[in-house]
Design a protein around this ligand. Structure first.
Ligand code: PGA
Length: 248
């Protein structure tokens, strides 16, 4: 009942020349059976929307401001993302939480702004290595989930991305039982807060997903897809991950 989703997070990588990678993907997967999303740098959103017209591949932002407009130099609002053609926005990525000291409360306000603008929010949560080694993983993830999701969240307008901070861009990946434990915990937490609708939220795993490990990660219960950084930049890497999710 949950449609699988594979999302690419290009982070601060991408100029017009890289749109060729997306065109290679839409050619390779003309009618995908899973949801596809790419979140390029904001400068490429409108062009990627144009380049993928007629295809189900969705385009998203990587952050938004909590206010719809105003004197906030350098920021981008949710209505502006929507106007550029974005349908999704990543919020609370660990790099935003680290580089810009974003708090759960700020992420929650941004998610609410995204919902008001009709965007689907991909809310990221995850523990640091220190927290995992201290046995705090579930406590940290639970606190972030409770604090980062607004009451407007539903399974239709919100996707959860579990991304252990120590697995992002490092080549390190939790064991499959570790992934299963956290995803089951998030699923149960969503059911407590959102009742029956909690079962409809997609929960993605993120952190060093590669063609070589995608299939086994997608076999873990309650893993509804992936948020992929480095391996989403090239169609040669992202394609096999899409294929693995399609076959899962
Ligand atoms: P990675 O990044 O796939 O390069 O580890 C994932 C992410 O930050 O979303």
């Amino acid at each position: 009942m949950r449609r699988k989703l594979v999302a690419g997070n290009w982070k601060m990588n991408g100029t017009r020349a890289d749109l060729a990678e997306v065109q290679a993907l839409t050619t390779a997967f003309p009618a995908p059976t899973v949801d596809l999303l790419i979140c390029p740098p904001a400068t490429l959103i409108a062009q990627m929307v144009t380049a993928t017209q007629g295809h189900t591949l969705a385009v998203g932002g990587q952050d938004c401001h909590a206010n719809p407009k105003g004197a906030h130099t350098g920021d981008i609002s949710a209505p502006e993302l929507a106007d550029a053609g974005a349908s999704h926005v990543i919020l609370g990525h660990s790099e935003r939480r680290t580089d810009h000291a974003e708090t759960d409360a700020q992420v929650r306000a941004k998610a609410q702004a995204a919902h008001s603008a009709g965007l689907i929010a991909l809310v990221c949560i995850g523990e640091t290595l220190e927290q995992r080694e201290a046995g705090q993983t579930l406590a940290v993830v639970g606190t972030q989930l409770a604090g980062s999701l607004p009451d407007t969240a539903t399974g239709a307008n919100t996707v959860i991305a579990y991304e252990p901070v120590w697995a992002i861009g490092t080549g390190l990946v939790p064991t499959l039982p570790q992934i299963a434990e956290v995803h089951a915990f998030i699923r149960a937490d969503l059911a407590i807060r959102f009742g029956a609708d909690g079962a409809t939220f997609r929960i993605l795993y993120g952190g060093s997903v590669k063609p070589s490990n995608a299939a086994e990660i997608f076999g873990v219960p309650d893993v509804d897809g992936a948020l992929v950084g480095g391996a989403s930049l090239k169609a040669a890497d992202f394609g096999p991950i899409i294929a693995a999710l399609s076959a899962a």
